[in-house]
Design a protein around this ligand. Structure first.
Ligand code: AMP
Length: 266
C-alpha cells in the first residue's frame, strides 16, 4: 500500500505540532475516524441527477463509499478548517480513478469549503478535515492516499458480508450483530449513524499510527448527534433504484438549483 510504501514519511514520529488554525489555535487531534457512507440510504432520496453524483450511476452502489478521514478529539468534538490551502485537483491525478470509484459525491450540489467558497466534495473534506490532520498527514495527496489505503485495507462491506449481513431491502439486522461483526473483523467498535432505521454512515476509528481502535460510543458520541440519527435495535442496509442519466431524457432545470448549479432531471 502507499502507506506501507512510506508516503507518510517521518510525519508519524513527529510530536505535537499544533496546526496553525484560522481564527484560533486548535490543538492536535487524538484519533482518526474513517467515515463511510451507505449509498443505499442516501441515494433513495435522490431526485435530480448529474454526472458527479455517484447515486446516478447506472448500477446501484452496493458497497460503503468514503465520506472522509476525520481527525477527532476524545471528548467528542473535532478541529476543523485549520490551515489555508487551495485545493488542487491536478495533485490528485494519480488517485483520480480510485477517488471516482470509492469516494464519489452522493449529491449534485457543490460543497462548502473553508476558504474558497464552494467546490467539489473532495475539496470540502481536505480543507475541513485534512488541514487538521498534522502531524500525521501534511498535504492533500497524502490525505487522500491515507483514506483510500485504510478503506481498502479494512473493507467494511466485506466484513459484514462475512457475517451474512448483506445489502437488502426489507431485511433487518440486530444493531448489536452489526457492531459485533465489525468489532470481531476490525478490532475496534464502529460508530453507526442511521436515518429512519437504515444505516447512513459507519465510522471506523484509528490511532494516530493508523491502528484500529474503538470509536466513541457513549455520551461523547451522542453529544453531537441529533436524535434522528441514532440507530434503533434493528437496522437495514437498503438498496435503491438509480435514476439513470441517459442523454435522450436529459433536461436542464435551473430552478432546482440552490447554489448556482444546474441539475439534470429525467
Ligand atoms: P462533513 O461532510 O465533514 O461536513 O460532515 C458532515 C457531518 O458529519 C457534519 O455536519 C457533522 O455533523 C458530522 N461530522 C463532521 N466532522 C465530524 C467529526 N470529525 N467527527 C464526528 N462527526 C463529524
Amino acid at each position: 500500500s502507499l502507506v506501507a510504501a512510506g508516503l507518510f514519511g517521518t510525519g508519524l514520529a513527529r510530536s505535537s505540532v499544533a496546526p496553525a488554525a484560522v481564527g484560533k489555535e486548535q490543538r492536535e487531534f487524538d484519533y482518526f475516524a474513517l467515515a463511510l457512507q451507505w449509498p443505499g440510504t442516501i441515494c433513495s432520496s435522490t431526485r435530480h441527477c448529474c454526472a458527479v453524483n455517484g447515486c446516478c450511476r447506472s448500477e446501484a452502489l452496493h458497497t460503503f463509499t468514503i465520506h472522509g478521514l476525520w481527525p477527532d478529539y476524545d471528548d467528542g468534538t473535532w478541529p476543523s478548517c485549520c490551515r489555508h490551502t487551495s485545493f488542487d485537483m491536478d495533485k490528485l491525478t494519480p488517485l483520480k480513478p480510485a477517488l471516482d470509484k470509492y469516494w464519489p459525491s452522493l449529491y449534485c450540489s457543490s460543497s462548502s469549503t473553508c476558504f474558497s467558497g464552494r467546490g467539489p466534495f473532495w475539496a470540502h473534506e481536505v480543507e475541513k478535515h485534512g488541514t487538521c490532520s498534522a502531524p500525521v498527514v501534511h498535504e492533500e495527496l497524502q490525505y487522500f492516499t491515507a483514506a483510500i489505503d485504510l478503506y481498502l485495507k479494512y473493507n467494511v462491506t466485506e466484513m459484514l458480508a462475512t457475517g451474512d449481513i448483506l445489502v437488502s431491502n426489507g431485511k433487518e439486522y440486530a444493531l448489536s450483530d452489526v457492531i459485533d461483526t465489525i468489532k470481531h473483523a476490525f478490532g475496534g467498535s464502529p460508530q453507526i449513524i442511521c436515518k429512519k432505521g437504515s444505516v447512513e454512515e459507519l465510522r471506523l476509528c484509528f490511532t494516530k499510527d493508523l491502528k484500529p481502535r474503538d470509536c466513541l460510543t457513549t455520551s461523547a458520541m451522542y453529544k453531537n448527534l441529533s436524535k434522528s440519527k441514532h440507530c434503533p435495535k434493528k437496522i437495514s442496509l437498503p438498496t435503491y433504484d438509480p435514476i439513470v442519466l441517459t442523454n435522450s431524457t436529459l433536461e436542464i432545470v435551473p430552478e432546482a438549483s440552490d447554489n448556482g448549479l444546474y441539475f439534470y432531471t429525467s
